[in-house]
Design a protein around this ligand. Structure first.
Ligand code: PGA
Length: 312
């Protein structure tokens, strides 16, 4: 009778990698894209793995796929194997005195403007840590947190439905931007929101935290914006505003000259910050992690580093 380790070694790293990516992304096509292999290659690896396991791992659901109970059990097992290996690397790091391992962070798209600035000094302090940064909108970051795809996430609105620790570390004011030539652009006096009812408003896509906060703020103030367009990124939003297509609510961090500075500054861009009553919307960035799983040493160190960066 082969031992568990012998049975594990019958699977190939490529099969486990294909399964892990497919189960996380719920798509063979997306897994193939992420792994830089063809879709038939991933399908063959998944079929071989299911044959080794002796159970189907995936089943069709509508036009997509879902995990079978055996697939769910295998996804949890693969996460356990990765966690064990991570703890082994942490242990090695402890033995050598050098922090080693991997730091996997997911950041909502708006945080891409400052997260690299925070990671730079951390990476210089810990050359033994390999950093993976994934940038997605809020809904996708929540899906990654649910699947334990990362150690940490940076976001504005941590979801209530998952067991999480969250630590706010940076202010995130949301402001209104308008085309540079907008008639109210020069007004130092904040414009009442009601006076902007005739404007065309541009919004981030559904699933974006920025959109969620803007919609709630408008609803709280009894304001119904005329939504002319939804755009899938902050850059697209800014450029559409700059092109005169409408006004938008956006994180101030994305329109400042330097992401970590607190002064707006004139960037010379074709959009400007508009002074509007009841703005900015005051929110904060939080660093978030699962409270029901051990935090790997590099992630623990990054949380401590953020606390230090906040204090200094
Ligand atoms: P998003 O980011 O608009 O890119 O989703 C904001 C957030 O959810 O924190």
């Amino acid at each position: 009778m082969p031992t568990p380790i012998q049975r594990l070694l019958r699977t190939s790293p490529q099969q486990l990698r294909a399964f892990e990516a497919t189960a996380r992304l719920m798509s063979v096509t997306q897994a193939a894209r992420e792994l830089h292999v063809s879709q038939p290659t991933v399908s063959v690896q998944l079929r071989e793995l299911a044959a080794l396991v002796g159970e189907p791992l995936l089943e069709p659901l509508g036009r997509g796929i879902r995990l079978t109970p055996a697939g769910e059990a295998l996804q949890a097992t693969v996460a356990d194997i990765a966690g064990c290996w991570q703890r082994f690397e942490d242990r090695l790091g402890d033995l050598s005195g050098l922090l080693r391992g991997r730091l996997r962070i997911a950041a909502v798209t708006t945080a891409e403007y400052f997260v690299p600035d925070l990671l730079g000094p951390f990476a210089a302090l810990h050359p033994g840590v390999e950093i993976d940064l994934a940038v997605e909108n809020r809904d996708r970051v929540i899906a990654r947190l649910r699947n334990q795809a990362d150690d940490l996430a940076v976001m504005m609105l941590p979801p209530q439905a998952l067991p999480l620790h969250s630590q706010p570390f940076l202010d995130n004011p949301l402001v209104v931007i308008a085309p540079r030539g907008h008639p109210r652009a020069a007004s130092a006096q904040p414009v009442p929101l009601a006076e902007l009812a005739g404007e065309r408003w541009l919004m981030r896509e559904a699933g974006s935290g920025t959109r969620l906060v803007a919609e709630k703020h408008f609803a709280d103030h009894g304001f119904s914006p005329r939504i002319a367009m939804s755009l899938g990124s902050n850059e697209a939003l800014k450029h559409a505003v700059g092109a005169g297509l409408g006004l938008a609510v956006i994180s101030a961090l994305t329109v400042q000259s330097s992401a970590l500075s607190t002064t707006p500054g004139d960037t010379g861009a074709p959009w400007v910050q508009l002074a509007v009553e009841d703005f900015p919307i005051q929110r904060q960035w939080s660093i978030v992690w699962r409270s029901d799983a051990p935090l790997a040493a590099p992630a623990q160190r990054f949380v401590t580093y953020l606390r230090g960066a906040q204090a200094s």
